[in-house]
Design a binder for this molecule. Sequence first.
Ligand code: TNX
Length: 756
Amino acid sequence: MKNTLLLFFNLCCANAFAQQQVDLNVVPKPALVKVTGGNFLLDSKTIILANSKDHNAIMLNSYLKKYYGFTLPIKNKPAKNETPIFFSEIHSETNYPVEGYGLNITKNKIEISFKTAAGAFYGMQTLIQLFLLHLKPPYLLPTVEIKDYPAFSYRGMHLDVSRHFFPVDYIKKYIDYLAMHKMNNFHWHLTDDQGWRIEIKKYPLLTSVGGCRNQTLAGRYGSDKYDGTRYCGFYTQEQIKEVVKYASDRYVNIIPEIEMPGHALAAITAYPELSCNPGTEKKVGETWGVFEDIMCPTDYTFNFLENVLTEVMALFPSTYIHIGGDEAPKEAWKNSAFAQSLIKEKNLKNEHELQSYFIQRIEKFVNSKGRKIMGWNEIMEGGLAPNAAVMSWQGEKGGIEAAKQKHYVVMTPEQPLYFDHSQTRNEDSLTRGNFNPLEKVYAYNPLPPVLSASEKKYIMGAQANVWTEYFDNGNKVDYMIFPRLSALSEVLWTPASQKNWASFEQRLPGLMKRYEWWNSSYSTAYYDLQPAVVSGPKNEIIWKLETRYPNAKIIYVKDSSTNASFPYNNAPLIINHPGLYGATITDNNSKIIGKWTWQLFELNKASGKKITMTTPPNASYAGQGGFSLIDGVQNKLGMLKSAQFIGFVAKDLEAVVDLENIQPINEIILHAFEQQGSWIYRPAAVSFFISNDGVNYTEVKSGLSITGDKNILYSCKPAISSRYIKVIAKNFGKIPSGMPGAGGNSWLFADEIEVK
Ligand code: TNX
């Protein structure tokens, strides 16, 4: 029996491995792989050759136990016939890559060679991935020679535990996800407006008061409903120590983040003296966004922060300590006599320089303890602290600038590295919105081409951020990070020359099995129907549908009744009639295997017509340019579904729709949007014009009206015939003080022009 089994394995696997010559099922893909065509038999004669206290041996057994339910004997000396797995430290090669390893599997031994302990651990992770899932000895492994090392030294993931709290068990699971993907930094976002999550012995109110909020916003930001439920959570110092140890056993460094001077409502509520206005009412944040009450640059505050950081540094051995620094509105400092006098005293130009003074003072303290600070890209405003590293989140601009100034950088650009953005355009659950699909993550390159070779050396690597406003449990976080985390691990580990999307796609089904086996949710968005509303060659509105399921078919329905369905046949679906359209995927036997995706089309005389715009929208909210305004898709949610909108910052919208011939016009409507918390303001003014020649326009003012609250409709009723329609919406302009985003440029958002 055993022989037949072996023969089977030989045939099946020799064949499989011949095909996998280039692509072992390992993520991130190793730098150099040579499959040598033989097999190693893992059976009862296999031992781990090591000292019984050897860390690597213990870790290997703990992974085997956890995921496969068996361990191997750890022995000092192999008996005759025993086949060893062993770790050998390289002493000689001085150029051996840091964190690199060799994995050499021959017929009768498995050798993991390494220079640093982390390398041994990564070799072990590769070895484990070569095992089949549900492995039980006896088992044949392919013989291989792997030489592997990381492309970047900083390979990170972030998790926000303030907006929602995640228990220690989940944090450990998360750290394991990193470790199994050869990632080495966990950025633990421990404090924010909505909760302070780390015990500080000297300031017990931080957790007893700042660790709780009375209720939480229900639904997406912009909603006005609250859940009415008190929400609390924090980690004790003992728990933090346990997590730090767990991480360091897996070669994951934890960078703790203590937010200052903004995003600090929880701390301020616990200790109001931290605020420039200690007398005003304080409460731990219950909704999301940015708050104006920030830490005041007083001696009280600096003393407080030094005490807090002293305890933090005692818990976390990390060289880098993250001090936040993002999104700190300057209103409170503008209105504070103390802050203003400090600006004068220190000869600073403005509040931005005061923020820089704030950060530099903290930096000096952190440096004096032998550590370094890292902060969000806003710490560059008003001058960068001398030794600070920059985390570039608002695109790569801050990172590029910092690298040019010879500061170390971690790239975390919102697109594509914010994993709170959706992986699918067809998201049922609550997320932040936007769209950062797997392939965009995979394609990311942390090294901006504008940097010279010597400047690129300052880019330590990259990290994905997981803000948890909308995720209140580990399953949801898993669903948001997988499989994007796996793609990111390959961005950061695999040499650019070896990165290959098609190869990653092939390894994706294996990854998904692995997630299941870890008991982790993940997104199957990769297989989703990919719907898009696009412009056809003859000014049609087309609903384009695509699937990546092998051997699948797409069907669609023309109204919400799913009884009469039509095959999609990969021909463009031209939308001539309004209504709710639906589509899904079936297998070859017409069995539905996908989710339904729905699209409401509301057509009018402007739909699909030629549209020209004087100024293109901002690249971050470009939609499909003018087409987005006449695509028959109207936002009805009162919330930002960004793909539907185009946005302009500090600019006006001016669009001309050509109806192709002179037609009676009863009404023209512009659909705009307002969400002040996101700095999106309604237009200062909207005007409508008509023309028969596209040159001479007459303004129409009859029947002007403004309706709606968040989705705002500007309309006029000309009751006239015309061919060209021009709509001008003036940007709200600079945001006045006292309003969200004060002092900055406002956004103008629009999603549709209707002509009836
Ligand atoms: C901006 S990204 C923030 C966070 C929010 C995130 C999502 C960054 C440095 N700051 O405080 O959670 O947007 O809403």
